[in-house]
Design a protein around this ligand. Structure first.
Ligand SMILES: C[S@@+](CC[C@H](N)C(=O)[O-])C[C@H]1O[C@@H](n2cnc3c(N)ncnc32)[C@H](O)[C@@H]1O
Length: 268
């Protein structure tokens, strides 16, 4: 039997969606506050859990060069191929491993930093994955998870599209995300995994120019359509409403990101 949709949609990614993720998940300097809690420096061993197209993995590798190393792990074979090729071209010390998790297929205490961004909402067990992230971190090492809380999403593209927007987001969340409220749970999961000095920050920039359009169109509209609850014509109408809201300067999208950092206890 195939895996549930929330997992399978990461195994089967068509070329259009891959191209969209290259855009959506590109490294951008606005991500700096998310990376800061990692406290990166040369020589560190870093694990990128759910590395996707690998743009952030490469950025991490630049920050631990010359003698550090980044390992990325992901369920999608093409992400692994594409990101490995990028790392070779950039001559950076990054290795990508094709594997689903949890569990993480690495020995205990094998990394100084463990990073996981926008992944824990999709895994079979976020608690087990965070516990694994703690296990593979060396004593004194740092774990950072960044994730959304979909119940805190705000999207306004005008009153005419309000009900349709709510239906599309609800339909897509119901099938594509295992744990939509992961953001608010991270603090508890980090504590339960034995991580210490756990700190929570929330970052919430407002997109008023339509930067999030590729995510709404390539991910959320597709999930909603796959749910069987939203017709193609409704998706087309929604795209039209998004485009006109962006064109008329009345688009607003906010999706807060929880940034949670914990330290692996020296004694554990
Ligand atoms: C939204 S993307 C985030 C990618 C990357 N962390 C970033 O921010 O650029 C989610 C990633 O998690 C991976 N993923 C989801 N569930 C997974 C699982 N159970 N095991 C391994 N990887 C998984 C997907 O293949 C995808 O690359």
């Amino acid at each position: 039997m195939a895996d549930p949709y929330y997992k399978q949609h990461w195994v089967d990614i068509d070329p259009d969606r891959h191209n969209a993720y290259d855009q959506i998940l590109a490294y951008h300097p606005a991500m700096e506050p998310l990376l800061r809690p990692l406290d990166l420096r040369a020589g560190l061993r870093v694990l990128d859990v759910g590395s996707g197209p690998g743009h952030t993995s490469l950025e991490l590798a630049r920050r631990v060069a010359p003698n550090g190393k980044v390992t990325g792990v992901d369920i999608n074979a093409e992400f692994i191929e594409r990101s490995s090729a990028r790392a070779r071209d950039a001559k950076l010390a990054v290795e990508f491993v094709h594997s689903a998790f949890p569990p993480l297929r690495f020995p205990d205490a094998s990394f100084d930093r463990v990073w996981c961004k926008n992944v824990l909402e999709y895994v079979d067990s976020a608690a087990d994955t965070v516990a694994e992230m703690a296990r593979v971190t060396a004593p004194g090492g740092v774990v950072v998870a960044v994730d959304s809380d979909w119940d805190m999403l705000a999207l306004d593209i005008g009153p005419a599209a309000r009900d349709l927007t709510d239906r599309i987001l609800a339909a897509s969340k119901a099938i594509a995300i295992k744990e939509p409220r992961i953001g608010r749970q991270l603090y508890r999961l980090f504590r339960a995994a034995g991580l210490t000095d756990v700190k929570v920050e929330i970052h919430a920039g407002a997109d008023t120019v339509g930067r999030s359009m590729p995510m709404l169109k390539a991910s959320f509209a597709r999930y909603a359509r796959d749910s069987g609850k939203i017709a193609d014509a409704e998706v087309a109408r929604w795209f039209g409403e998004i485009d006109s809201a962006v064109a008329s300067g009345s688009f607003l999208f906010v999706l807060p990101q929880f940034v949670v950092r914990g330290v692996r206890n020296q004694a554990s």
